[in-house]
Design a protein around this ligand. Sequence first.
Ligand code: G3P
Ligand code: CA
Length: 241
Amino acid sequence: MKQQLLAHRPVVVAHRGASVEAPENTLAAFRRALELGAPAMELDVHRTADGELVAIHDATVDRTTNGTGAVAEMTLEALRQLDAGAWKGKAFAGERIPTLAEVCRLARGRASLVVEIKAAGIADQVVATLEAEGVLDESFVISFSQETARRVKELRPDTTVGLLSGKAEDLPLVAELGLDAFCPHHAAATEEMARELHAANRLLSVWTVNDEEGMRRMAALGADLITSDNPALALKVLRRE
Ligand code: G3P
Ligand code: CA
């Protein structure tokens, strides 16, 4: 992650793109986040049966497309047939599940990516793709999987890597694994946690904060990155005077 991204904290991260307005993890949602001026955008990564990395949250296509089945058991071609936008509204009908590379190309030079690795065993390929697309230096790679986070750090020690967790008690794992950031659910974040991380030159990145009061609270306790489905609101609330 580039240092200049952190010059104005907290950094607003558009969660799955501008997902309150547009279908999550689609180019429409990422384009909208860019239009709003979000400095960073989060996406979730899975791998298809034929080895392609794609942006989708769930392990199955059921919730966010008109199809059914596991991403890991479908080819990219089969996934591309699916409508990933209509569920969110008629205006988004025809949106497709994008590849990680497509999201990288859209974001490159415009916003940083917060890349959440969802599937096991794909860390090497994700890193290789981010590098090939020229966005690795600007990216923040995160995972709930300790093994995945550790592997990314091992592969590229200069890459900013964070551990996602729902529990405050997982904080020590960040130091144990040699990572750069702790990414707790906002309800688990505390001022003391921020202090401890900052003292060790590490970052606090919280998710998913969609109300104004929560955004102000996270900023006040020292969160460095605030992830929101509603980047328009977060940018307004957290705008520096
Ligand atoms: O940015 C972290 C957050 O996305 C983790 O939870 O379920 O939305 O992927 P989830
Ligand atoms: Ca995520």
